[in-house]
Design a protein. Structure first.
Length: 209
């Protein structure tokens, strides 16, 4: 999936587990349990990454379903069947993106490789870009149209984003995705809504932390 930076000051690199899978535009946090302690994965309010938020992923770490956000320099303004003028001005849209295998981690089996442990594999081979600076402005397709219902769960009811809505990361199946922060006790405010383009399926946000 996708993120488009409109204004971003700082990007950093974080180590990621070989088995982790996520998309550009998702919210990431460090794991603090299991076999991936210190490595980033999709932030999940239902797990320990809620206190380990690091930023927004600049890269895909999935092999399928990758998209990118493309500018439409022409627009698609038209007259509909009822004679109404529909102004779809120049904007952005989502398109499929090829997956480039060189961006993915590989298991090291040759122990002559100095980055390899005795078992043939020792941590991730590559890091992932992360946007970490507050005030950054982005467009993303990584969101779920729901609100938080508690600190560890999301509501099952549909929600329509409004300008200046606060956003946090989802729980469970929505891990890593932006959801509406209904109550500040439910999680940290990661971003706020600048606008929502339902036709294009794109959310315009300002990063808050």
């Amino acid at each position: 999936m996708a993120i488009k930076e409109l204004q971003a000051l700082v990007a950093d690199t974080y180590p990621v587990a070989k088995t982790a899978s996520f998309y550009a535009g998702q919210i990431l946090g460090r794991d603090s349990s299991g076999g991936s302690v210190g490595l980033v994965r999709p932030a999940d309010r239902a797990s320990d990454t809620v206190v380990n938020y690091v930023g927004l992923s600049a890269d895909d770490k999935a092999r399928t379903g990758c998209t990118f956000i493309q500018n439409d320099p022409v627009g698609s303004t038209y007259i509909d069947g009822s004679g109404n003028f529909v102004a779809n001005n120049n904007g952005w849209f989502v398109a499929m993106k090829r997956a480039i295998s060189d961006y993915y981690d590989e298991t090291v089996t040759n122990i002559s490789n100095l980055t390899s442990g005795a078992g043939g594999y020792d941590g991730p081979r590559r890091g992932v870009g992360v946007f970490i600076s507050p005030s950054g402005k982005f467009i993303t397709d990584q969101f779920a149209l729901v609100s938080t219902s508690s600190s560890t769960a999301d509501s099952g009811s549909a929600y329509a984003f409004s300008v200046n809505d606060q956003l946090t990361f989802g729980a469970g199946a929505n891990a890593g995705k932006f959801v509406h922060l209904a109550n500040t006790s439910h999680g940290p405010a990661i971003a706020k809504v600048d606008s929502y383009d339902a036709t294009a399926g794109l959310l315009y946000i300002t990063q808050l932390q």
